[in-house]
Design a protein around this ligand. Structure first.
Ligand SMILES: [Zn+2]
Length: 69
């Protein structure tokens, strides 16, 4: 079982890639996702966290669009 800080660290490590993973995940069934030791749910792909009430805790930021040259 993971701790909330481990999930947050994993999300941080994904960086800009996290946005792509999040988009691939689509809609999360947060109730079916694994839980941290402090009772939040997390997605093991994009490392997003939900509280035990289903409030989303950190949605990934869309990275700035790369300009075409
Ligand atoms: Zn996800």
């Amino acid at each position: 079982m993971r701790t909330r800080s481990e999930v947050e660290q994993a999300a941080h490590l994904l960086g800009d890639e996290r946005w792509k993973v999040w988009m691939n995940c689509g809609i999360h069934d947060w109730r079916a996702l694994p839980e941290t030791d402090s009772g939040e749910h997390y997605c093991p792909k994009c490392w997003t966290l939900w509280t035990s009430d289903g409030a989303i805790l950190h949605v990934p930021d869309q990275p700035p669009m790369k300009k075409k040259e």
